[in-house]
Design a protein around this ligand. Structure first.
Ligand code: ADP
Ligand code: MG
Length: 653
């Protein structure tokens, strides 16, 4: 005797209802051979459907053993069971369980999508099957446009899609009129004749009589199992040969096919709830728009500051006494002296160097008085800072050597002390009580921090120290580095030189380079802060997405059940919902990016000093970020969907 196709021994199925255990199947022993046509009959509630679901690997047994072709099914994981459902079994349900938004062709081909048949093959096969079942003219109809009998024939086509070795029909005629029922049974009979194993559940003896073996079940136990000698011999409907199952596509094509199906379903789901999808997206749209715009504005502002600082010249280094900015002992450190200046001047990389000593003193010209910042500087000061004269000239080396009482004033001082028609050059002004001759006026210089109203007067540092301040040290030394010399290298050399001369590092340096670095660091911190806020808004958007996805899963529980029944893996279901949430977020992200470009177009009408700067990086980051949110917040709902129990899911409408 050949090996049985199906073998159940001492099989039990129990359900927990509340804290009570309900035994629905007890001690089932059943053997079915390939090619049989069996009817399982019994009263309503006797456990027929439960038995059928276990036979079809939709449900698991509680106790005992179930072997398919000698292989124990009880120990298989859910993917292996899905494979069996896909490739071995074809289900026909009392209530058809077709997907309402797909047409007959699409409903029929679903099992082949999950088993990886390429698109044209499965389309062709689907079309052929429907044609042979008499639905040639109805291929494009949706279930709602078909009669019950026609819907049931579509579900037969679906059961046959992957071969349908074993057809499991649970009350297939339960919802059909008697004529359709007879047609239905004739088809099953014909399939039996072609070698399919048919297992049929019914409570109607007339229907059971089509089978050649009848199993009676009552209260979860088999009470009779006998051959049916007077099986109805129906007139075959004369179905033409069924096409053989399509060949499988390559694994890449198969994966692509499943992905494409999932994508199609996701788009369909989005399209059927446009308003809801849009509102869900809104959170992501607002989040992404604000992030991308704010980052662009930040980038623009930063660029502006950097440009301004660069305009000041990046090749100037200042040396100050003390350890760092704000050192409280700096005032008592008197080690920056004229010989340091000479040493610095003699370095090859130094273009020019000038000391700085300053004090706030009273200026007087005739009867006009004003407070000004008096700076003692070297003859190279004006060159080192890139300042030019509008009138007269700056002082010379000889002026410095002979402590000359000469002064260069800035335009603010000029405006304060002299009338517009007065030429200040050659005039004598009093700095404190020291009379000095004005020899030059500096040009007004654009400053990034706004033009201040300070009055500045410069005198040779020798005169300032000797005649005005009575000190022998500098408050600072400003060094201009030769063009093309790397700033950092020069700064290091200066530090080394002075350290050698002083024995200790009792000074610090500052260059516009370091200021630039500080600005960059500050703006980076700011960007980080803004991004943190943006992330919060995106998380809020993500929670909205998660919420809607949970709704979407519960709305489509029945659909998930159908897909699982025809052989979808858990990963297929997961993929479908993940794609949907990623798509919602990604589309939201793209709309957000476009909107922020819109903001960028409107922005110049309101703000002129800053130009919004969009970077490819921030756009790529925005896209990645929104996809990530989709995956992150779609994961939980998708996993919920994938973990649904197929039977419970099918029961939900
Ligand atoms: P039939 O198809 O023969 O009418 P079923 O197999 O559907 O009967 O159900 C048999 C019994 O098992 C019923 O009493 C039903 O209430 C119970 N049952 C079925 N599924 C479950 C379940 N998931 N949880 C609890 N009880 C169940
Ligand atoms: Mg039932």
């Amino acid at each position: 005797m050949e090996k049985p196709l199906i073998e159940m021994t001492e099989l039990d199925r129990r359900f927990m209802t509340g804290d009570q255990e309900l035994v629905v199947l007890k001690g089932i022993n059943l053997t079915i051979h390939a090619g049989e046509m069996v009817a399982i009959v019994g009263a309503s509630g006797s456990g027929k459907s439960t038995l059928m679901n276990i036979l079809g690997c939709l449900d698991r047994l509680s106790n005992g053993s179930y072997r398919i072709n000698g292989q124990e099914a009880g120990s298989l994981d859910s993917d292996a069971l899905a494979k069996l459902r896909r490739e071995y079994f074809g289900f026909i349900f009392q209530r058809y369980h077709l997907m309402p938004h797909l047409n007959a062709i699409q409903n029929t081909e679903i099992p082949a999508v999950y088993s990886g048949v390429d698109k044209t093959r499965r389309r062709n096969r689907s079309h052929e099957l429907l044609t042979r079942l008499g639905l040639k003219e109805r291929c494009d109809y949706r279930p709602g446009q078909l009669s019950g009998g026609q819907q049931q024939r579509v579900s037969i086509a679906r059961a046959l899609m992957n071969g349908g070795n074993v057809i499991l029909a649970d009350e297939p005629t339960g919802a059909l009129d008697s004529k359709s029922s007879q047609e239905m049974m004739a088809i099953l009979k014909e399939l039996h004749g072609r070698g399919h194993t048919i297992i049929l559940v019914t409570h109607d003896m007339n229907i059971a009589n089509y089978a050649e073996r009848i199993i009676e079940i009552s209260d979860g136990e088999i009470i009779r199992d006998h051959p049916n000698p007077n099986a109805v011999v129906s007139k075959p409907p004369g179905l033409p040969d069924m096409p053989c199952a399509g060949t499988l596509a390559s694994s890449f094509q198969a994966n692509w096919g499943r992905f494409a199906e999932a994508l199609k379903m996701a788009l369909l789901a989005m399209a059927s709830h446009r308003m809801r999808t849009l509102l869900t997206m809104l959170g992501i749209i607002i989040g992404i728009t604000s992030v991308v715009s704010v980052v662009a504005i930040g980038q623009g502002a930063r660029q502006k500051v950097i440009n301004d600082i660069s305009a000041m010249g990046t090749n100037v280094i200042d040396v100050y006494p003390g350890r760092d900015w704000g050192d409280d002992k700096a005032a008592s450190i008197h080690t920056l002296v004229p010989s340091d200046l000479e040493a610095l001047k003699s370095q090859v990389y130094v273009d020019s160097a000038t000391p700085g000593t300053s004090a706030s003193l009273l200026l007087r010209y005739r009867n006009v008085k004003a407070n000004a910042l008096i700076s003692g500087v070297g003859e190279q000061y004006f060159r080192a800072l890139g300042m030019e004269m509008s009138h007269g000239a700056s002082f010379e080396k000889s002026d410095v050597q002979r402590l000359a009482q000469v002064a260069v004033i800035d335009s603010n001082t000029r405006k304060k002390l002299f009338s517009a028609s007065d030429d200040p050059v050659g005039k004598i002004i009093f700095i404190g009580s020291l009379p000095c001759q004005v020899i030059g006026v500096t040009k007004e210089k654009e400053s990034p921090f706004g033009n201040n109203q300070n009055l500045n007067v410069w005198v040779p540092y020798t005169a300032a120290m000797g005649r005005l301040l009575g000190q022998q040290y500098f408050n600072s030394i400003t060094v201009r580095i030769k063009e093309g010399m790397p700033n950092q290298v020069a700064e290091k050399s200066i530090i080394n030189l002075l350290k050698q001369r002083h024995g200790v590092k009792d000074f610090y340096t500052s260059s516009s380079d370091t200021i630039l670095k500080t600005v960059k660091k500050t703006t980076a911190t700011l960007t980080l802060l803004i991004s943190a806020i943006a992330v919060i808004s995106l998380v809020v958007g993500g929670i909205g997405v998660m919420n809607i996805m949970l709704v979407s899963v519960s709305e489509r529980t029945h659909e998930i059940g159908i897909r699982m029944a025809v052989g979808a893996r858990q990963s297929d279901i997961m993929q479908q919902f993940l794609i949907e949430s990623v798509l919602v977020c990604l589309v939201g992200g793209v709309i957000g990016i476009l909107l922020s470009y819109g903001v960028g177009m409107v922005f110049p009408f309101f703000v002129t000093i800053i130009v919004m700067k969009f970077s490819i990086l921030s756009i790529v980051a925005a896209c990645l970020c929104s996809s990530l949110i989709g995956v992150l917040f779609g994961f939980l709902p998708a996993r919920n969907a994938a973990r649904l129990d197929p039977i419970e899911a099918l029961a939900r409408e």
